[in-house]
Write a protein that binds this ligand. Structure first.
Ligand SMILES: Cc1cc2nc3c(=O)[nH]c(=O)nc-3n(C[C@H](O)[C@H](O)[C@H](O)COP(=O)(O)O)c2cc1C
Length: 450
């Protein structure tokens, strides 16, 4: 049996550390996005993943935020990711293209239609990171005063997924025949009207795009709370997650996989990919120097904002910055992320100042600072000890860290037989080693003889 190999995602987000020498504006500059995509493709990454939020980060609206905070904020603007995927598709050949789209502030018909279109344009390389929105400020851009409650967001997400995947099955794979001899464009027996009526949505269908090339574009999920895990177990092909120790990653890996059989799925039908926020150097001291440079960039006021967004109604600035993190009220933004931050503060006995410094850089993820060889050791360790199926690599800025990863870490992983030396398939699904998603009606017809 061939050796199991890890999967890699390049996480693309507006770069926080824009002051670093050589950092390029990938948030708004399409040429730089193409450059980034080509570097990742040269490194045989499975996919590029564009994170998203439909609002400027809440930090800027906090009391005392204002112009100063905005001046140092490097994550306030970005290109709309689905439009970006469509533009990147013809500029790349193999790499998967994933974008975040929220189920809280969208309608399923539009989302089904857009991802199906990108799947066709890219010839089977599209993926949807289905989120319920961690940024509470999105509500006010969509005619709401308050962000929808966490459990209701997940309830809506479950139904949203059912409608989108139902619409993707509007047309069987061979429904469009374009038969010149008979003059028939479609086979009407292979068109299906959804007629969905549920608590949140009423959608007739059919979709006006043919079935996606991959059957279903890849579904990624990135919530780690209880309902987030349940949604992942039922629906996800890929799970993005933040895990900060081997033991926690192993527990998460076995927990999500363990929930799958009750949805009729095998644990091998999912790829779980924790994030690594990495800083590389040719020597340990060079890497450490870069890390210190980045930690030193933000003001304490700016850093506190990344903690504040997980503090619910409590104003963290009223507390002694060199004292411990107070007990926090529940957050309606990102429950798993809040728990992780509290656990980190308690476990390492961190002051609010130190927690803010660490959390701002890590974005809640595992932080690695060191040489390429040691990063390969670290990845091998987690991968071979049942903590994951691969990794989501979070560059602190672009393009140098990603280039250094591709030139130094990828060959090291290949030498160890842990990573591919060429793309195996044509579609993202094939490269991830996941099965084509059969059409639900056609599949049933094949198993039940007429
Ligand atoms: C790697 C990663 C990427 C994420 N990307 C997004 C994103 O683009 N937009 C978003 O609203 N939430 C994003 N999230 C947050 C989750 O999707 C989720 O909405 C949030 O954690 C709240 O869910 P939870 O309470 O189940 O954890 C991301 C999380 C992780 C780990």
């Amino acid at each position: 049996m061939p050796k199991r190999q890890m999967k890699l995602t390049a996480f693309c987000h507006p770069p926080g550390h824009w002051l670093m020498p050589g950092a390029k504006p990938t948030d708004m500059d399409f040429e730089e996005c193409v450059h980034m995509a080509r570097v990742a493709e040269r490194g045989l990454f499975d996919m590029l993943f564009f994170q998203d939020s439909a609002a400027v980060a809440p930090a800027f609206y906090l009391p005392g935020g204002g112009a100063e905070a905005l001046a140092e904020a490097a994550r306030c603007v970005r290109l709309e990711p689905l439009t970006l995927l469509a533009a990147l598709a013809p500029m790349t050949k193999h790499i998967g293209l994933i974008a975040t789209v929220t189920t809280t502030y969208n309608d399923p018909f539009n989302v089904a239609r857009k991802f199906a279109t990108i799947d066709h344009i890219s010839k089977g390389r599209a993926g949807w990171n289905l989120v319920t929105s961690q940024n509470v400020d999105e509500a006010q851009n969509f005619s709401q005063n308050e962000h929808m409650a966490h459990d209701l967001r997940y309830e809506r997400a479950q139904e949203f997924y059912d409608v989108v995947t139902g619409l993707w099955d509007s047309w069987e794979d061979d429904a469009i025949i374009r038969d010149h001899d008979t003059g028939k464009y479609i086979d009407p027996k292979k068109v299906h009207v959804l007629n969905h009526e549920g608590k949140h949505f009423k959608v007739r269908g059919p979709l006006n795009v043919a079935r996606p090339i991959q059957g279903n574009p890849i579904i990624a999920q990135a919530g780690s709370s209880e309902p987030g895990r349940e949604l992942a177990a039922r629906t996800a092909d890929v799970v993005f997650t933040a895990q900060v120790s081997l033991e926690e990653a192993q527990a998460f890996y076995s927990d999500v996989r363990g929930r799958m059989p009750k949805y009729g799925r095998s644990p091998d039908d999912i790829r779980i990919m924790p994030g690594i926020r990495y800083v590389l150097g040719h020597t340990e001291s060079e890497a450490k120097e870069r890390y210190d440079m980045m930690l030193g960039e933000a003001s304490i006021e700016g850093m506190l904002k990344s903690v504040q967004r997980l503090c619910g109604d409590l104003d963290i600035r009223k507390y002694d910055i060199d004292g411990p993190l107070p007990d926090l009220p529940p957050s309606n933004a990102a429950k798993a992320r809040q728990k992780m931050m509290i656990d980190l503060a308690r476990r390492e006995n961190l002051s609010i100042r130190e927690l803010a410094r660490r959390f701002t850089f890590s974005l809640g993820h595992m932080v690695f600072v060191g040489t390429p060889k040691r990063l390969a050791d670290f990845m091998e360790d987690w991968f071979t000890r049942d903590a994951c199926d691969g990794f989501t690599m979070l560059s602190p800025y672009f393009p140098e860290p990603l280039e250094m990863f591709v030139e130094n870490v990828v060959p090291e992983l290949q030498r160890r037989g842990l990573f591919r030396t060429a793309y195996e398939g044509r579609t993202l699904r094939e490269n991830l080693g996941l099965k084509f998603k059969p059409h639900r009606v056609a599949a049933q017809r094949e198993t039940v003889p007429a």
